[in-house]
Design a protein around this ligand. Structure first.
Ligand SMILES: NC(=O)C1=CN([C@@H]2O[C@H](COP(=O)(O)OP(=O)(O)OC[C@H]3O[C@@H](n4cnc5c(N)ncnc54)[C@H](OP(=O)(O)O)[C@@H]3O)[C@@H](O)[C@H]2O)C=CC1
Ligand SMILES: O=C(O)C(=O)[C@@H](O)[C@H](O)C(=O)CO
Length: 274
């Protein structure tokens, strides 16, 4: 199955679907990455705080894929905000991953009460200028924080990775992203697994002959978002990849859209201190 690409505002193309590895213990991540690569995934989303960068890097090297054929995203951990600390933390991520450059580097959380995300962003701009991250972006940023780094920095973020599923559709944020050429990337697209037994999702899965996870991922992909479902179960990893050979009807999409209630399964970025 061919995965469509999304094009970032610097012209770089990234697969629309990748594997997320939050809460995958280091000793289990190789098997998940290997199952994903075998299924056709070419994009892995990790983070310094996930504690599995080293094992992700090792698994990708063992996969036999050329470095240029796989996309690695990692993220700056919250305690490392600040210009110099970011540069050091980035070097440590590269060392753990065993690569000379990452494909996408993100500020993991804005931590508004610390108010250091602008200097942190400037460090990411330097890393990008040095060619050590092929793209840079943020995660869990709201409009005022995006506006500030766009005003005080020199580069428009290429991606904002946020919680996004039918119960948290992020309409305002997506409108802002679209207006400024920022790609939206959806984390917890299955609601951390908690949307899989929602009656509307289950009904649409029955109507389409697909799984609830495939329905939720297809809804996200239809919006044009990048999406990074997590699984450690090879059969689920494979099934989550099989979403580009069917469509949801307009009516099914509207029923999923109607679930939007602002419900978060993860932390509120305005409050999260990590
Ligand atoms: N930037 C940020 O702040 C954040 C980023 N993320 C990223 O997003 C990724 C995905 O989000 P996450 O919160 O992990 O949750 P998801 O919404 O991807 O759900 C993962 C859960 O769903 C289960 N699951 C996956 N596929 C299926 C399936 N086909 N059928 C049934 N169950 C399934 C998994 O179980 P099992 O593994 O046992 O198969 C797991 O329990 C993370 O791994 C991480 O990379 C997540 C949170 C915050
Ligand atoms: O997975 C991530 O990328 C996160 O930042 C979350 O795990 C976050 O730390 C959280 O949900 C804590 O409850």
């Amino acid at each position: 199955m061919t995965v469509p690409s999304v094009t970032l505002n610097n012209g770089m193309r990234l697969p629309q679907l990748g594997l997320g590895v939050w809460q995958v213990p280091p000793e289990e991540v190789a098997e998940a990455v290997s199952a994903a690569v075998d299924a056709g995934y070419r994009s892995i989303d990790t983070a310094a705080s996930y504690g599995n960068e080293k094992e992700v890097g090792e698994a990708l090297r063992r996969s036999g894929l050329n470095r240029g054929d796989v996309f690695i995203t990692t993220k700056l951990a919250n305690p490392d905000h600040g210009y110099d600390t970011t540069l050091r933390a980035f070097d440590a991520s590269l060392r753990r991953l065993g690569v000379e450059a990452v494909d996408l580097y993100l500020i993991h959380w804005p931590l508004p009460d610390q108010d250091r995300y602008v200097s942190t962003w400037k460090a990411l701009e330097r890393i990008y200028a040095e060619g050590r991250a092929r793209a840079i972006g943020v995660s869990n940023f709201h409009v005022p924080q995006l506006e500030r780094i766009m005003e005080e920095g020199g580069i428009i973020p290429m991606v904002n990775q946020v919680e996004l599923h039918p119960m948290l559709a992020q309409k305002e944020l997506r409108r802002f992203h679209a207006a400024h050429g920022i790609v939206t990337e959806a984390w917890s697209p299955l609601g951390h697994g908690r949307l899989l037994d929602h009656p509307t999702v289950v009904d649409i899965a029955q109507e389409t002959g697909r799984t609830p996870a495939q329905v939720l991922l297809r809804w996200n992909v239809r919006l044009g978002n990048m999406v990074i479902p997590k699984s450690v179960t090879p059969a689920r990893i494979r099934a989550n990849f099989e979403i580009f050979d069917f469509e949801l009807s307009d009516g099914q999409t509207e029923r999923l859209d109607a679930l939007n209630s602002g419900t978060r399964f993860g932390p509120d970025p305005e409050e999260f201190r990590g």
